[in-house]
Design a protein around this ligand. Structure first.
Ligand SMILES: C[S@@+](CC[C@H](N)C(=O)[O-])C[C@H]1O[C@@H](n2cnc3c(N)ncnc32)[C@H](O)[C@@H]1O
Length: 338
């Protein structure tokens, strides 16, 4: 019932810039130092203290009490919220804890009850019949936050994937198209590690148009339901979980066509998404995957899938086989072969 209080305290800390203040301070700090660093009124200190207490309980900050004072510090988790660091996930927190996510969640029961199957997602119910991507195309501020959130996750996640499995996944490829690649967070990381490979990003016009020119990757405006440009490999990160099985099959067929060139011997589609039930012994991972699944249900047409569900859509799209290359946190990296 009160789990959302953790969420709003986290959002509040990110909006206030608490992780940045602690990082800039360079070590443990007292509440009054924090109040000063945040430039808020000292009269607000008792309220901040109560918020910090919750955030200490949820592991975002540590607390050390000595005889004279109480000192707060960053933890490994809040180090991921420092603005400007390469591992910063603050935009993702702001997106997932934002008004649009909350409104879609509030509309879930109305959506479940509705008999009109044209009302496709709770997000549509909450936002006058508009879907997530249509809504983003009309709201530059939300579009910017959405794209920033995707890019920061991709930067952090792909950084780790490239470090540990880069050669296996991308070695020898001459070209890669990142379908639904947003502002190129993943492609930029891959391109830096494999400069000889030509990387391009396919996304909708409102995403590509808001993107400054980038020397590392080429941006292509388009619709993955219509055409995917040819390449040795296609990357689909956090894309298929936004779509129904039928839509995934359509997208995958276009990807298969892209990587099935006659001269191309190593064509493959690389999918980064959740594989449900892959971590049944790890309660936290499994729980997070289930939370993601319902979050995705509120925002999009999609779902998280287990191995059998993935296999069914790969088979339907005409692929010959697949392999789970690695698992990292709640995500799996899957290679699918034409
Ligand atoms: C959840 S985001 C993932 C972004 C990126 N792959 C990442 O993980 O950082 C889904 C992306 O798919 C894009 N998208 C949605 N519909 C699309 C379509 N029909 N054609 C191409 N891209 C599309 C969205 O604009 C968005 O950038």
């Amino acid at each position: 019932m009160l789990a959302f209080i953790d969420t709003i305290c986290l959002r509040c800390a990110v909006e206030l810039g608490v992780p940045d203040a602690m990082h800039n301070h360079g070590g443990p700090m007292t509440l009054s130092e924090l109040v000063q660093a945040l430039s808020i009124s000292t009269s607000r200190a008792p309220f901040l203290l109560r918020i910090m207490r919750v955030l200490v309980n949820s592991g975002f900050f540590s607390i050390k009490v000595n005889e004279l004072e109480v000192l707060y510090n960053l933890t490994a988790t809040s180090k991921l919220l420092i603005t400007g660091s390469t591992n910063c996930l603050a935009p993702l927190v702001l997106l997932r804890t934002g008004l649009q996510s909350a409104m879609a969640g509030q509309a879930m029961s109305a959506w479940i009850k509705v008999s009109d199957e044209n009302i496709e997602t709770p997000f549509h119910v909450a936002y006058g019949g508009k879907g997530l991507f249509e809504f983003a195309s009309e709201r530059p501020q939300f579009n910017a936050l959405f794209n920033k959130a995707m890019a920061c996750d991709s930067r952090v996640f792909m950084g780790q994937v490239v470090k540990e499995w880069g050669d296996v996944l991308f070695g020898g490829l001459r070209s890669l198209v990142d379908v639904g690649g947003g502002t190129g967070g993943a492609s930029v990381v891959i391109s830096r590690a494999f400069p000889e490979m030509k990387c391009s990003v396919l996304d909708l016009a409102h995403v590509v148009d808001a993107q400054p020119k980038n020397d590392l990757v080429e941006f292509v405006k388009g619709d993955m339901f219509v055409h995917v440009p040819p390449a040795d490999a296609v990357l689909l990160k956090w894309v298929l979980h936004d779509w129904s099985d039928e839509d995934c099959v359509k997208i995958l067929r276009n990807c298969k066509e892209s990587v099935s060139r006659e001269a191309n011997k190593q064509g493959k589609v690389i999918i980064i998404d959740t594989m449900l039930e892959s971590n049944l012994n790890d309660f936290n991972t499994m729980r997070t995957q289930h939370l993601w699944d319902v979050y995705i249900m509120t925002m999009t047409f999609g779902k998280e899938r287990n191995k059998m569900e993935w296999k069914a859509i790969f088979d339907e799209a005409g692929f010959s086989g697949f392999k789970i290359v690695c698992e990292l946190g709640v995500h799996s990296v899957i290679e699918v072969y034409p």
